[in-house]
Write a protein that binds this ligand. Structure first.
Ligand code: NAD
Length: 259
């Protein structure tokens, strides 16, 4: 059968594997199974060692593993220059990165600090713009950029606070970037993932209640997995989604449609 996905030997950069629970690791597994070549970026050295262990355990090979702190323009520039030395052409980037200070996820949103607001937006939304700009010259054959969002971008989710506003900014950035980059055949979309227990999710105080609420009320009556997010990310990277850009695609058991 003809390969419908057309991912074989495409080079994709995955940003944000902290450990085996990371959504980015679910994405890596799906892309690997489809035959893509993978480049990883990490922030902390301990993420690098965890990633190397994961790759070994799963008999997977990375084309390249590079440090990249998305709060730092030089670090982003340097990472994509390094990638260019190795790969020349890339076909996509998975931006699976977000962070807010713990104190800004506690209590009322009203108490968000100026610094906390700026930091959450810098790390979780502006970084997509900076990454799009740095990766564009490498996507010479067109490409696909995917960001990870959450329902807190459009609804008030208790305990999500400033991160919800940063995700709203991320989703709007997806649309503006899609408009700019469409002429270069670069598509930009986000996956709005349901709640999944990861390191980042630990920072959300109401996380357990969110998981239970989804089980009780989502059409599929269950939570989603990182593998399901990985498979939809693969679809959004692949030839199958070539006509889709500027969209927010929900992988959330249908929870977002409920009143
Ligand atoms: P995770 O903790 O495994 O991944 C978050 C990643 O962000 C980590 O690898 C961390 O190193 C990276 N990061 C943070 N600051 C960074 C910086 N300055 N530079 C580079 N990297 C940085 O958690 P996750 O849940 O897999 O999160 C991945 C994405 O998925 C995030 O955008 C998150 O908001 C989103 N998301 C998560 C859920 C969920 O329930 N887990 C739901 C919807 C969306």
């Amino acid at each position: 059968m003809e390969d419908l996905l057309k991912m074989k030997d495409k080079t994709i950069v995955i940003m944000g594997v902290a450990n085996k629970r990371s959504l980015a690791w679910g994405v890596a597994e799906s892309l690997h199974q489809a035959g893509a070549k993978l480049v990883f970026t990490y922030r902390k050295d301990r993420s690098r060692s965890k990633l190397e262990k994961l790759l070994e355990e799963n008999e997977m090979k990375a084309e390249h593993i590079i440090q990249c702190d998305v709060n730092d323009d030089d670090s982003i520039q340097n990472a994509f220059q390094e990638i260019q030395k190795k790969a020349d052409v890339i076909h996509g980037v998975v931006h699976s990165v977000a962070f807010a200070h713990a104190e800004d996820l506690k209590g009322e949103f009203l108490n968000t600090s100026r610094d906390g607001f700026a930091f959450a937006h810098d790390t979780s939304a502006y970084s997509l713009i900076a990454v799009a700009k740095a990766s564009k010259p490498l996507m010479k054959e067109g490409g696909s950029l995917i960001a990870m969002s959450y329902l807190g971008a459009e609804r008030v989710v208790e305990g999500y606070n400033v991160m919800g506003v940063a995700k709203a900014s991320l989703e709007a950035s997806v649309r503006y970037l899609a408009s700019d980059l469409g002429k270069d055949n670069i598509r930009v979309n986000a996956i709005s993932a349901g709640a999944i227990r990861t390191l980042a999710a630990k920072g959300v105080p109401s996380f357990n209640e969110i998981l239970h609420k989804i089980e009780d009320t989502a059409p599929l009556r269950r939570n989603v997995t990182k593998e399901e997010v990985g498979d939809m990310t693969l679809a959004m990277m692949s030839h199958l989604s070539r006509g889709v850009t500027g969209e927010i695609v929900y992988v959330d058991s249908g929870y977002n449609i409920m009143g």
